[in-house]
Write a protein that binds this ligand. Structure first.
Ligand SMILES: [Zn+2]
Ligand SMILES: [Zn+2]
Length: 115
C-alpha cells in the first residue's frame, strides 16, 4: 500500500496551500527519525510532519481493507466506488476531498502544537 505519485503530489500541494510547507521533512531519514520519536510519545512541533499525519488520517477514514490492498488507497477507493456504486442518486464522485480535509485537520494539530 502506497499513495501513487499523483495523489502524493496532491497531498504536497495541499500542505503548501495550507501554509505548512516549512514543516515537511526534507528527507526520508528525517521522516523516519520523526516517526521514531512520535512512537516514543514525543508529539511536538519538531517531530511533526503534516504529510505523515495526513497519510494516516486518510487511511483511517477509508475502509480498512484498502490499507492491505496493493496500490494507492485513494485510487482504489475511487475505483471500487465507481465499480460498486448503485447510484444515482449518489453524490460521491471521488474521494479527493479527503486530501484537503486531512490537511485542515493537520493545520488544527499544528496550531495545537504551537500554542
Ligand atoms: Zn492514487
Ligand atoms: Zn456511489
Amino acid at each position: 500500500m502506497q499513495f501513487c505519485q499523483a495523489h502524493w503530489d496532491k497531498m504536497r500541494e495541499s500542505v503548501k496551500s495550507h501554509g505548512m510547507e516549512s514543516l515537511v521533512s526534507d528527507s526520508g531519514i528525517e521522516v523516519l527519525e520523526k516517526i521514531k520519536q512520535q512512537f516514543q510519545g514525543v508529539d511536538s512541533i519538531s517531530t511533526y510532519d503534516p504529510l505523515m499525519d495526513m497519510h494516516w488520517a486518510i487511511l483511517g477514514n477509508l475502509p480498512p481493507y484498502l490499507s492491505f490492498k496493493e496500490g494507492c488507497p485513494l485510487c482504489n477507493a475511487n475505483k471500487d466506488h465507481a465499480e460498486s456504486c448503485t447510484g444515482p442518486p449518489c453524490k460521491i464522485t471521488d474521494f479527493e476531498w479527503m486530501i484537503d480535509r486531512s490537511a485542515e485537520d493537520a493545520v488544527e494539530h499544528w496550531k495545537e502544537l504551537t500554542s
